[in-house]
Design a protein around this ligand. Structure first.
Ligand SMILES: C[S@@+](CC[C@H](N)C(=O)[O-])C[C@H]1O[C@@H](n2cnc3c(N)ncnc32)[C@H](O)[C@@H]1O
Length: 262
């Protein structure tokens, strides 16, 4: 006779962190979608305010590490309002061979903001906007892209392991993978200050400026539950990548992991 697993056990196995709560996989997808739909319009402004403009420097660092070149096709996953994609296109302008970027995001409201921003900058070619879940890139063939970036996105993805395996599949051999994410602060005094700022100030700022304390509670909680540098590196390796390494920015407030598909 077949015995089935008790339902409470099944539920536990399929649960995913959402802030400090655990929720079902499907519920997490919808909750995260809700958070970003609510903040889409104020997203860019809030990034500047909350990071004191530092996110611009972090994003420039990522582009430098990517070493953009002519003819490159980048997949920018969880690309949201297009900050990485637009920087990438700007940095490849001088090459004779045109480069292109496919911006993927699960949330149409974030993509719409990105498309609007690109149009305002006069950018209409070399960029595609695709609504898709990072964990299912079946729309793209194997070995399609020269590089894959995911900036402040992986922490929000429901099925991180699947997303990493899909990133590996759609990259060409020799393709580069970059993940920029909030990480484990490596200096104790800074960590104390950072925790105070994150847990006490950011939700307040979210409440006052974006009128959405919950969304910013989620931001802070999701950061504190995200794997540290070593654990994330092991997950990237497990997805098949080689030469996995990372560099800490501002003592680990942010880390950029990089890897290669051989
Ligand atoms: C914090 S924003 C980052 C946006 C942009 N990459 C940046 O650096 O400013 C996180 C983005 O991840 C997207 N996202 C969350 N879960 C996703 C998933 N499963 N698949 C694709 N995108 C997802 C959200 O919609 C949101 O646009």
């Amino acid at each position: 006779m077949m015995t089935s697993e008790p339902s409470h056990k099944k539920n536990k196995a399929s649960q995913k962190p959402f802030g400090f709560k655990n929720v079902d996989t499907h519920d997490k997808l919808e909750l995260v979608k809700g958070v970003f739909s609510r903040v889409a319009k104020s997203y860019d402004f809030m990034n500047d305010v909350m990071s004191f403009g530092m996110h611009r420097h972090w994003k420039n660092e990522l582009i430098q590490m990517l070493r953009p070149r002519g003819g490159m096709h980048l997949l920018d996953m969880a690309g949201g309002t297009g900050d990485i994609a637009l920087r990438f296109l700007k940095s490849t302008e001088s090459f004779a061979e045109k480069s292109k970027v496919t911006v993927c995001d699960y949330n149409q409201d974030m993509l719409d903001e990105g498309r609007r921003k690109a149009l305002n900058k006069g950018i209409i070619t070399g960029i595609d906007w695709v609504q898709i879940d990072a964990a299912d890139l079946s729309k793209f063939s194997n070995d399609t892209f020269d590089a894959y970036t995911i900036s402040f996105g992986l922490r929000n993805v429901t099925e991180i392991e699947k997303a990493l395996t899909e990133a590996y599949r759609v990259l060409k051999p020799g393709g580069q993978f970059f993940c920029m994410e909030f990480s484990k602060v490596t200096s104790e005094p800074l960590e104390k200050l950072y925790n105070f700022y994150s847990f006490k100030m950011i939700p307040k700022m979210g409440e006052v400026i974006a009128k959405d304390k919950e969304a910013y509670d989620y931001l802070v909680e999701s950061i504190s539950r995200f794997p540290n540098q070593e654990v994330l590196a092991a997950m990237i390796k497990k997805a098949g990548f080689q030469s996995v390494t990372w560099c800490d920015l501002n003592k680990g407030i942010v880390a950029i992991h990089s890897a290669i598909k051989l």
